[in-house]
Design a protein around this ligand. Structure first.
Ligand code: XMP
Length: 514
């Protein structure tokens, strides 16, 4: 596909993916590359514009991430954000120093409305600042286009060369008119037509899959989650019953979820594909018996999943293609990722290729962010209920039950979680909270019900707001809603006599309890 694109060069900022997502919201396709990417490679991609992200370093220090001056001489518009802005000035002959006043948070910025970036923006606009260095002197050929009370250069530009530097972060929502500014850059300065649209993406992908697959046989591991479901439907539409979907029910799904998946993809559903449901609950519970350590549980679930899938694949025989639900953040994280420690070993279908006889992988969602996957799902006619499904970890309820997993505990957490979800939806909060679920703590405590002493489990309710799942804050749920959930769980779920609300943010906590 000859898609016009803007390139984001990543200098290690925490918002790099957000920049790309915002650009795509302007209907412009955008990809992220490390600052280590060679200029020749950038040139070969023929981008309509380049955006340099923020980053944690000081550009004047030796060894700090940098980029060759040639980047600014290609005649391609460049927008530098925060570190990217400082670097642009530094490389082109301006000066960057430690700021006398560190700016952090929402800040009033006064902009020059004759700038192509700020034409339709209020003269004083609230922006998100986060910097300890500042541009003390702009590079030759540049003019200042915005300032704040403490920062003389909040933005600078060289209009002739289409080089723009912004000290603040237009990509974060706290910058009230940030999207307008990015739109002005990609659609205005770069002249992008805005052809990146989900309907045409879906149509083109279906066509491309048909051409690639030909008469081949395709195998897909269906989890019931958003990504694998969207991928499966896209393939089903493209190649019908040349596709076989294997759905492993590991007994760690949410209440009724296995049946819901079967309803959509099974013989009574809308698609012409071969659907195999493997009810492997007992196998998983057996393997998990007596195991308490979270990483061990994750490994067992991951490995058993592969075993079951492998057995099914063997029955099917050799296939030509294996579908993976990889999405763009996975690509970015594996391609750009540093040596960050493994906090939890995430289990996806990512480990499968070694175990299945196939020739090639198909990753139909490889270029999409999560919100785009959802849009593609809606385009494909997948029910909203499935498209807006909560993120759900591969090891499922296995990591929402602290300590040993048993069939009895799975039932408790499924029932509690179903009540919680129902009440959250009733309160109209289901689309506003990032992720929410019930988990089963390993704590049992004394209670009283009727005239009886009880000694039962405590359920923990979790709800977080998050943009990227890397950081999160506990959501503020109205107390009455929590109270209703608590009393329903205690009355309706046997084995529970206490309900907690988890207030921990991430960090220091993680979203899941294990
Ligand atoms: P944590 O608990 O690491 O969760 O803060 C961050 C996000 O990732 C999801 N999660 C997983 N997803 N396999 C997955 O596919 C996993 O093993 C896994 N563990 C956590 C979690 O639900 C949250 O959205």
């Amino acid at each position: 596909m000859n898609q016009e694109k803007v390139i984001v060069i990543d200098f290690g900022g925490q918002y790099n993916q957000l920049v790309a997502r915002r650009v795509r919201e302007c209907n412009v396709y955008c990809e992220i590359y490390s600052y280590k990417t060679d200029i020749e490679q950038i040139k070969a991609m023929n981008p309509k514009g380049i955006i340099l992200t923020g980053g944690p370093n000081s550009c004047y220090e030796t060894g700090a991430p940098t980029y060759t001056k040639e980047l600014f001489e290609l005649g391609i518009p460049v927008l530098g954000l925060c570190y990217g802005a400082q670097l642009m000035m530094h490389v082109l002959g301006g000066k960057v120093e430690k700021a006398p006043v560190r700016e952090y948070g929402k800040t009033a910025v006064m902009v020059d409305k004759t700038s192509a970036l700020f034409g339709n923006v209020a003269e004083t606009t609230i922006c998100w600042m986060s910097h300890f260095d500042y541009i003390s002197q702009i590079a030759p050929g540049f003019a200042i286009s915005a300032h704040t009370a403490d920062c003389p250069v909040a933005a600078a530009e060289n209009r002739d060369k289409k080089l723009y530097a912004i000290q603040f972060h237009p990509e974060v929502l706290h910058t009230q008119e940030g999207t307008k500014m990015l739109y002005n850059f990609v659609r205005g300065v770069c002249g992008c037509a805005g052809t990146w649209r989900m309907d045409s993406f879906v149509e083109n992908s279906i066509q491309a899959i048909r051409e690639k697959v030909g008469n081949g046989k395709v195998l897909c591991a269906l989890s019931g989650g958003v990504d694998s479901s969207v991928a499966a439907v896209m393939l089903a539409k493209a190649i019908g019953n040349q596709l076989t979907c294997v759905f492993v029910d590991h007994g760690l799904l949410r209440k009724d979820e296995g049946d819901e998946v079967e309803e959509i993809f099974g013989p009574k559903g809308n698609y012409e594909l071969n659907f195999i449901r493997v009810n492997a609950q007992e196998r998983f519970y057996e393997k998990l018996a007596g195991v308490e350590e979270p990483e061990k549980k994750r490994k067992i679930i991951g490995e058993e999943f592969i075993r079951v899938f492998e057995e099914e694949a063997k029955k099917i025989g050799a296939v030509d293609f294996l579908v993976q639900g990889t999405i763009y953040p996975d690509v970015v994280e594996s391609g750009l990722g540093g040596e960050s420690v493994v906090i939890k070993s995430h289990h996806n279908v990512g480990g499968l290729p070694d175990y299945v006889d196939f020739k090639e992988i198909i990753e139909p969602l490889r270029d999409l962010f999560k919100d785009e996957v959802r849009k593609a799902g809606l385009e494909l006619g997948i029910p909203e209920k499935l498209v807006y499904r909560q993120p759900f970890p591969g090891p499922g309820l296995g990591v929402r039950i602290i300590g040993e997993v048993t069939a009895e505990k799975v039932k408790i957490v499924q029932d509690a979680d179903a009540i919680y979800r129902e009440e959250i939806a009733k309160a109209g909060l289901d689309r506003t909270i990032g992720q929410y679920f019930a988990a089963l703590t390993n704590m049992r405590s004394v209670g009283v019900m009727g005239d009886e002493r009880t000694y039962d489990y405590a359920v923990a309710l979790r709800a977080v707001n998050t943009i990227d799942f890397m950081t999160a804050e506990a959501a503020e749920i109205p107390f009455e809603v929590l109270q209703t959930v608590m009393s329903r769980i205690i009355n309706e779920v046997r084995g529970v006599n206490r309900v907690f609300y988890d207030l921990t943010s991430k960090p220091p906590g993680t979203i899941e309890l294990e």
